[in-house]
Design a protein around this ligand. Structure first.
Ligand code: ADP
Ligand code: ZN
Length: 323
């Protein structure tokens, strides 16, 4: 069989030379049909795509109860000939394949979804392999496969939105461990001039409670987007983000840190984060990556499609695993 360069689907493309010459596609290309679901607390993004990360069709459905939402999701995916489904899911979730509740959404504050067997339901109804990971591990995977972390072996992806989540890839593997990282709840040093209590019900001074979108709104009394020209707001926000990034850097040693989520749409934030990060790390770690913080700390590169593209890849990986 002809050799080809395809690092993404080594197994899945075997035999693919049979179907040749479609449009401008390389000879070896065989478009797979894959389903992807980015399951969020407020909306479910569903897509059909292929092994190149191309999205062919996409819809968004509000997240209500499983009884209301699941039939809508299933009717989107059914009858489309998908070979696998990948799910990047809000958490916490059970990603331990040896566990009896593998594939369940577990202790989520979204009560209707607590202890819900999302993977089992899709497997039963669609009859295809179902890949499953956190939404942020999915986003990390999207950037690692097709985006700004392509070619690296270790990276982290952080979303700063309604909550804070951290996806981690180390040595080419999505990090799980005991369950999966919950890096949004890393504890930070509260700034002396910050009187805000934090909104996390578990911790007074975690990253999510102090730096997610609702924390900005709770502290300053206005939506983050309406505070764009307030220097003090973004100075404080950058300090909290930078504290977390220093911790992730010294612990996980990523080659690149990718920031996403609604709050990062404030473009003035990124340079402030880099400057604070430099100040707080204080020269302790010296690597070629850290010499250029403009390429070490970056924003997402896939136009906010990193999560759904990563979910495609999760489906592909599950297909290869089972194939
Ligand atoms: P989610 O986390 O629910 O997936 P987002 O990543 O869009 O969704 O995050 C929503 C949060 O981000 C809200 O708290 C909102 O205030 C904040 N946000 C959204 N857009 C902006 C913006 N342009 N500037 C600052 N904050 C924003
Ligand atoms: Zn917390």
């Amino acid at each position: 069989m002809e050799q080809r360069e395809c690092t993404l689907c080594e197994q899945a493309c075997q035999g693919s030379t049979e179907k040749q010459g479609a449009g401008n596609a390389p000879e070896w290309r065989r478009d797979m049909i894959l389903g992807a679901l980015e399951a969020g607390g407020t909306k479910m993004v569903c897509a059909i795509g292929n092994e190149n990360g191309e999205i062919l069709e996409q819809i968004s459905i509000p997240t209500e109860t499983p009884e209301i939402t699941m039939p809508k999701l299933l009717s989107f995916f059914k009858g489309k000939g998908i070979e696998a489904l990948g799910i990047g899911c809000f958490g916490p979730i059970d990603v331990n394949r040896d566990s009896e509740t593998y594939g369940y959404i577990t202790t989520t504050p979204k009560l209707a979804w607590q202890n819900y067997n999302i993977v089992g339901t899709f497997k039963k109804e669609l009859g295809v392999p179902v890949g499953f990971d956190t939404d942020v591990n999915g986003s990390a995977l999207g950037e690692y496969t097709w985006g700004i972390a392509k070619g690296l072996h270790s990276c982290i992806y952080i979303t700063i939105g309604t909550g804070v989540g951290v996806g981690v890839i180390v040595d080419g593997n999505l990090l799980h461990g005991m369950m999966h990282p919950e890096g949004g709840h890393i504890l930070l040093s509260k700034l002396p001039n910050d009187t805000y209590e934090g909104f996390c019900p578990f911790h007074k001074n975690c990253m999510e409670g102090l730096a997610a979108g609702p924390a900005i709104e709770g502290r300053w009394g206005k939506k983050a987007i309406e505070l764009a020209d307030r220097e003090d707001v973004w100075e404080m926000e950058a300090t909290y983000i930078a504290q977390a990034l220093v911790d992730y850097t010294v612990l996980v040693s990523p080659q690149r840190i990718i920031l996403g989520g609604g709050v990062m749409h404030q473009t003035q934030l990124l340079p402030l984060v880099r400057a604070k990060f430099k100040e707080l790390l204080n020269g302790y770690v010296k690597t070629k990556e850290l010499e250029d913080l403009d390429s070490y700390i970056v924003v997402q590169s896939l136009d906010d499609k990193q999560g759904i593209m990563g979910a495609l890849k999760l489906g592909m990986m599950e297909l290869e695993r089972q194939g």
